[in-house]
Design a protein. Structure first.
Length: 102
């Protein structure tokens, strides 16, 4: 009968690698404890070191372009509203002057 495969989450893999790299636990004892093949451990270690630079890169938001377009649209809308208000106020002042209130 086959043993069911354990799927480790990324955080679990990092914790296992940390136990070896920081806490200096031997790979053999980790693999025995977790019923893990050493080749799997070494593959995780290789992936970890190859992708380690990604941890230090700034992460751009996935919908940054859409957010920027919305911001631009809203700023333009506010500017248009301000121009309309300024025009209305000028007309209001002109009307008040024409009827002699100012």
């Amino acid at each position: 009968m086959r043993k069911e495969r354990k799927n480790y989450m990324a955080e679990e893999k990092v914790a296992i690698l940390k136990r070896h790299l920081v806490d200096k636990e031997p790979i053999s004892s980790l693999c025995d404890e977790l019923a893990l093949q050493p080749t799997v451990f070494y593959r995780w270690q290789k992936e970890f070191f190859e992708n380690g630079a990604a941890a230090f890169q700034t992460k751009a938001r996935p919908n940054h372009q859409a957010e920027q377009e919305r911001i631009d649209y809203l700023e333009k809308k506010i500017q248009t509203r301000d121009e309309v208000l300024a025009e209305l106020m000028a007309e209001h002042v002109a009307l008040k002057k024409s009827i002699g209130e100012i």
